[in-house]
Write a protein that binds this ligand. Structure first.
Ligand code: NAI
Length: 337
């Protein structure tokens, strides 16, 4: 099957190429992200393969439909960037990679916590400058602290497991309780209690209408002064402007972000020679207690290999007319999750 692969990075060609070796699809690797303007590059393709910052909104899908595109193969678990109603109205099938390595993201979230807490990034620079002073590097024991996990699915469960291993008391908030988390000792509470009791809050829910700006002014007002917040889910779960106000007044102790509301214009690109126009993002980068990584939680060999394998498998299944329902995204699921 002919597939236009948008936003292809060099590392992905290797993994997708290897996964495709036995499958024999014709992959058209494209550097630009998918948008209404770049949709014509999929001319002659029955499917497009897209990553997290590609546009799959109604105008883009309407530009793809006349080209004969019937398959949207997502190289991601998240599907908040897809207009599912438009896709279904246009008769397009949406397939994703629901799980490729929850370990990668959970380990990254905990890495952000440890770095923010023990200030490894600052220590690294200091020692290289032969500055061996400790002032300003003091952290706290994570042992016996309370960690709140918002969204106790695959990644949230693993994050809870690691934190339980540190000796944290782990709270969970999720409309659906996970027996595996309960077996780990995760204590399910309401969102209010999680906000009020947690020293560390780690976000692992999907972005949907119910979770957009879940961490907003009113939620932040209910958190402990000095709280650490880590977001490896989707940028839109945090109201960034509200977070900046709570960083400026000293209420948020530290903030770790692997995702950002407007990351589409920034992440996955080398912008080191350009002037960034997003003042909110630039303000975030000025805080010494904010650590940002550019959506790299998924970025391990294992995860990228699994994404490539499942994506090629999804394309083959679609071609054979028998998609894996676990990998298909439908409108009802979008609402439910
Ligand atoms: P999952 O589907 O296994 O778990 C998500 C959990 O969130 C479910 O248990 C669901 O019930 C819960 N949830 C839904 N609505 C909620 C709400 N309003 N409040 C609290 N919980 C809610 O998904 P998984 O694999 O654990 O991934 C979680 C998220 O992590 C993804 O949706 C994606 O946005 C993000 N992600 C980020 C990556 C990165 O590189 N930073 C890579 C992969 C995923």
């Amino acid at each position: 099957m002919k597939i236009a692969v948008y936003s292809t990075k060099p590392f992905e060609r290797e993994f997708l190429g290897a996964a495709n070796a036995g499958a024999g699809h014709e992959l058209r690797f494209l550097l630009p992200p998918l948008s209404p303007e770049t949709a014509p590059l999929a001319e002659g393709c029955a499917g497009v393969c897209a990553f997290v910052n590609d546009r799959l909104d109604a105008p883009t899908l309407e530009a793809l439909a006349p080209l004969g595109v019937k398959l949207l193969a997502l190289r991601s678990a998240g599907f908040n960037h897809v207009n599912l109603d438009a896709a279904h109205a246009l008769g397009m099938t949406v397939l994703r990679v629901p799980a490729y390595s929850p370990y990668a993201v959970a380990e990254h979230a905990v890495g952000l916590m440890l770095t923010l807490n023990r200030k490894f990034h600052r220590a690294f620079n200091r020692v290289r400058e032969q500055n061996f002073a400790l002032d300003g590097l003091m952290g706290f024991d994570m042992h016996r602290k309370t960690a709140g996990i918002v969204g106790t699915g695959k990644i949230g469960e693993l994050t809870g497991k690691i934190l339980a291993g540190f000796g944290c008391r782990v709270l969970g908030f999720d409309p659906v309780r996970s027996p595996a988390c309960e077996a780990l000792g995760v204590q399910y509470v309401g969102m209010d209690e999680l906000l009020a009791d947690s020293d560390i809050i780690s976000l692992h829910c999907p972005l949907n209408p119910a979770t957009r700006h879940l961490i907003n002014e009113s939620a932040l007002a209910r958190t402990k002064r000095g709280v650490m917040i880590v977001n490896t889910s989707r940028g839109g779960v945090i109201d960034t402007r509200a977070a900046i106000r709570y960083l400026k007044n000293g209420h948020i102790g530290s903030l770790g972000l692997d995702v950002y509301e407007e990351e589409g214009d920034l992440f996955f690109n080398d912008l080191s020679e350009t002037i960034i126009q997003d003042d909110v993002f630039v303000r975030l980068m000025t805080f010494p207690n904010v650590l940002i990584t550019a959506h790299q939680g998924f970025f391990t060999r294992e995860a990228v290999g699994n994404i490539a394998q499942t994506t090629i498998g999804n394309i083959t299944d679609f071609e054979r007319g028998k998609v894996n329902p676990a990998n298909q995204v439908t409108s009802e699921r979008h609402v439910a999750r």
